[in-house]
Design a protein around this ligand. Structure first.
Ligand SMILES: Cc1cc2nc3c(=O)[nH]c(=O)nc-3n(C[C@H](O)[C@H](O)[C@H](O)COP(=O)(O)OP(=O)(O)OC[C@H]3O[C@@H](n4cnc5c(N)ncnc54)[C@H](O)[C@@H]3O)c2cc1C
Length: 384
């Protein structure tokens, strides 16, 4: 019997799932098992829409539909936490299994702290995440740098430090470092992210550390809770998944890759935040002068409360009706409001109609707050 803390390789025994899955298909097989066996009432996952740049959140109650959600979409920047509050009543009256990246998970925890989500009703299947590429920027990068028509791409992946595309004419990979040094690649908030293995989920699943004959055919699973162990044991017993212990060498390799990714995240924090040093408020003032008051930054932030949305929706001391741009205090108030809980999910920046680097500002301020209150957490990001 597998238990919390154990690490194993797992794979689906369902050929339809295996054909579409990113690696071992364990994630989709576990979601299907949980739904078929009424451990949950529904599944919330991501599936491919029009093309590889179009990640669509999908609510599933028929286990047969789960195979359509298999596979990883690296241009899938959508955050699932607010989907749960906006459309699924905070999972207050239904048990839901969800596939989550680190940022989805942090958003869920923030909303649970605010009593907007019932964590007890969630079964959280985490996927490791090295970062996502914004869909519009991915198209531009593929056209300008890969010299490939983005509409001909049918698969993309991030593997061994490369962004790789498969398209009608073949496949091409370019080093992420090279892409990012030239202003392409992952979203800037993802580069600064230090949450690569989502251990607050019930299971943390990924491809790092799968070696030997199982390489490419199994999912690496770290069991993070008793709920996760229960799901693995039941699914394995009913042969919905196959499992074997993870190779010790694979566990070691996974640890090394994770450490390297965290160091890279620290490097990006230092680079991005140092550029703001001494000038933060004037840079914020200049950039936010483009604001058109669409309130997308508030709408899509998992931390901004609906009370703040309402206050800002009417004329107030900070925001006058019919006046553009809003008084800079509007943004200052928002940054202050989320300063101790910004999760660096990047939604404010990505969905900003005026391309204001809002995530950079709120993440820098959050990190500053970390340094002040929890020196061990954030100090390294600020050393010059
Ligand atoms: C953006 C992204 C980056 C990743 N980076 C790494 C990495 O650096 N290292 C590593 O070890 N593993 C990474 N993974 C995890 C890996 O790609 C596989 O998802 C994991 O190994 C599970 O494989 P599987 O075959 O069991 O999954 P499958 O059975 O194929 O299931 C995949 C699940 O992921 C969900 N999904 C797909 N795209 C997204 C998305 N954008 N956001 C949220 N959920 C999504 C699907 O809905 C499905 O439930 C990443 C995954 C994603 C989505």
């Amino acid at each position: 019997m597998a238990a919390k803390g154990e690490m194993l390789y797992a794979w689906t025994t369902d050929t339809a799932i295996a054909a579409k899955a990113e690696c071992g298909g364990a994630v989709t097989a576990l979601l299907k098992y949980a739904l078929e066996n009424k451990m949950v009432d529904a599944v919330l996952a991501i599936k491919k829409g029009q093309d590889v740049y179009d990640a669509v959140p999908t609510y599933i109650t028929d286990p047969k539909e789960l195979k359509d959600t298999a596979g990883s979409l690296h241009c899938g920047t959508i955050l699932l936490s607010k989907v749960i509050t906006k459309y699924l009543k905070g999972a207050k009256n239904k048990k839901i299994a969800i596939t989550v990246k680190g940022c989805d998970l942090m958003g869920i925890y923030e909303l649970a702290k605010r009593k907007e989500i019932n964590l007890d009703n969630l079964l959280l299947i985490g996927v490791n995440c090295g970062g996502t590429v914004a869909p519009v920027k991915a198209r531009k990068m593929i056209r300008d740098v890969f010299k490939v028509d983005p509409d001909t791409v049918h698969k993309e992946e991030i593997d061994k430090g490369q962004f790789i595309i498969e398209y009608e004419g073949g496949h091409k990979g370019i080093k992420i470092d090279e892409l990012e040094d030239n202003g392409h690649g992952r979203r800037t908030n993802c580069r600064r992210c230090l949450y690569k293995v989502p251990r607050q989920a019930d299971l943390a699943c990924g491809n790092w550390g799968v070696i030997g004959e199982k390489a490419g055919k199994a999912t690496f699973v770290e069991i993070c809770s008793d709920k996760g162990a229960d799901l693995i044991n039941k699914a394995a017993k009913s042969v919905a998944i196959g499992t074997c212990p993870a190779e010790p060498k694979g566990i070691e390799m996974r640890g090394k890759v994770e450490s390297a990714m965290l160091k890279l995240g620290e490097k990006w924090r230092k680079r991005d935040f140092t550029a703001l040093k001494n000038n933060l408020w004037s840079i914020i003032g200049n950039e936010t002068s483009r604001c058109i008051k669409c309130y997308s930054c508030i709408e899509n932030c998992p931390v901004c409360s609906s009370a703040a949305v309402k206050a800002n929706g009417k004329s107030s001391l900070m925001v006058d009706n019919g006046v553009l741009p809003p008084n800079p205090m509007f943004h200052m108030r928002r940054f202050a409001h989320i300063s101790d809980s910004c999760i660096n999910c990047g939604q404010c920046e990505e969905l900003c109609a005026m391309d204001i680097p809002l995530a950079l500002f709120s993440h820098a301020i959050r990190s500053e707050v970390d340094v002040a209150f929890e020196p061990k957490l954030g100090a390294s990001a600020y050393k010059n």
